[in-house]
Ligand binder design. Structure first.
Ligand SMILES: [Zn+2]
Length: 74
């Protein structure tokens, strides 16, 4: 199952309800890696940037019915 950055229609494997996912934005490994790279290059003032940029953050999809975690985009 591939997840994008927008809420999408899924059949929840937990409660079997067909509905749209709820999205929560959070930092993932890529976000931390990005921040680490900025440190290495001495761009200290830019280190918080990945945490503010939507494109660097993971979009975590949850079932809108049972609130179970379904997956996240890459
Ligand atoms: Zn569910």
């Amino acid at each position: 199952m591939q997840f994008g950055s927008e809420p999408q229609h899924v059949i929840c494997p937990h409660c079997r309800v067909h509905g749209r996912t709820t999205i929560e934005t959070g930092a993932n490994t890529t976000t931390h890696l990005f921040a680490l790279l900025l440190c290495i290059f001495g761009l200290w003032c830019c280190v918080p940037c990945p945490y503010c940029m939507d494109s660097c953050m993971a979009k975590k999809h949850y079932c809108s019915n049972c609130k179970m975690y379904l997956g996240e985009n890459e």
